[in-house]
Design a protein around this ligand. Structure first.
Ligand SMILES: [Zn+2]
Length: 142
């Protein structure tokens, strides 16, 4: 840590002295070149660190959104059997036993699934119905 700080300070001074000599070579004041080089380096490093920090925050948010999206594909909404009936959204996998801990009563609850089937039907309004009957049906609905 201290070695890294000393190295950064050395680099700052070296580049600032170089800026001072460049200013002096074009008949300007060495100190103005030295300090302007130092200020520009500090500002540039601050800008670079801010951009990197922003990039890391954006990447972190994207990963968090991706994690939530993937979790939504593999999660189910459950209700705790305790008297509080707390609803929760917990991870679920078909190849393992599934348990979760209720956030209110702190009891471990197992999750079991049942499957149901239903015939897919065509909605009535899109079926081929006589137009006059359809008008009467629309009037009855509204
Ligand atoms: Zn509970």
């Amino acid at each position: 840590m201290l070695k890294k700080l000393a190295l950064q300070l050395f680099a700052l001074l070296a580049v600032s002295i170089l800026c001072g000599y460049v200013f002096a070579s074009v008949k300007l004041n060495f100190l103005i070149g030295f300090f302007s080089g130092a200020v520009l380096q500090v500002f540039g490093f601050y800008l670079y660190a801010s951009i990197i920090n922003l990039y890391v925050v954006l990447k972190s948010k994207k990963l968090e959104i991706l994690k939530l999206r993937e979790m939504s594909y593999q999660s189910v909404e459950v209700t705790c059997p305790c008297f509080k009936q707390i609803r929760d959204f917990v991870p679920f996998r078909f190849n393992t036993a599934n348990y979760y801990k209720c956030r209110e009563c702190a009891k471990t609850v197992s999750i079991h699934t049942t499957t149901e089937t239903a015939v897919v039907t065509e909605p009535i309004l899109s079926a081929n119905v006589d137009p006059t009957l359809m008008e009467k049906l629309k009037d009855a609905i509204t």
